[in-house]
Design a protein around this ligand. Structure first.
Ligand SMILES: NC(=O)CC[C@H](N)C(=O)O
Length: 198
């Protein structure tokens, strides 16, 4: 049997701790990643929710932008929630002019598309590939996906808007499953990481 995978959580900003807890419950060794040396040691990475413009700035300051881009290009499994989804989009609408993305999924994402902080909501979302009924999604100033390229697979739609996508080893959701205690999305991601190691 392949040993337990080590999965990092990008810890520049955002809800890092909740992802570390969810990953540990999904049978992975979870650790924060702030430096290129720490990135080099993980088998997969979660990019949490938070504020994508700040995260992008900090990634530049911490010297992580290019190392992150390289690992994503090289096929490291990555899961981005909310701000993390924005970081993994090839193209952002309503972003800041100087906002950098890592790219990874051929899709256009609209920032803050579901409204402001006080319009945050929870909704049951059916996610392709996840069994046992819908996932409870927490949407906080959440983005949605305006369009995807041919290589990207839409996994979930809420009110007509795409909210979960996978392309190769990159998985993204507009919502935050790490806030609900239901770890099935993290389990799916851990399975993706395991598949690259066997
Ligand atoms: N909960 C979140 O991650 C919000 C994302 C935020 N609106 C952004 O642009 O990054």
């Amino acid at each position: 049997m392949v040993s337990t995978p080590t999965i990092g959580v990008l810890a520049l900003q955002g809800d890092v701790r909740e992802h570390l807890v969810a990953l540990a419950s999904a049978d992975a060794l979870a650790r924060p990643v702030r430096r290129p040396e720490e990135l080099a040691e993980v088998d997969g990475l979660v990019i949490p929710g938070g504020e994508s413009t700040t995260m992008s700035k900090l990634a530049v300051i911490f010297g992580l932008l290019e190392p992150l881009r390289e690992r994503v290009r090289a096929g490291m499994p990555v899961y981005g929630t909310c701000a993390g989804m924005i970081m993994l989009a090839d193209k952002i609408l309503d972003g800041r002019e100087d906002q950098e993305t890592l790219g990874g999924i051929d899709m256009i994402v609209r920032r803050n598309a579901f409204g402001r902080q006080n319009e945050s909501f929870e909704a049951s979302v059916e996610v392709a590939g996840i069994e046992g009924g819908p996932v409870e999604g927490v949407f906080i100033r959440a983005p949605w996906v305006e369009s995807v390229g041919a290589a990207a697979e839409i996994l979930a739609v809420h009110n007509g808007h795409t909210v979960a996508v996978r392309q190769g080893n990159v998985l993204v959701t507009s919502f935050h499953p790490e806030l609900t205690g239901d770890h099935r999305v993290h389990e799916l991601f851990v399975k993706m990481v395991r598949a690259t190691r066997s």
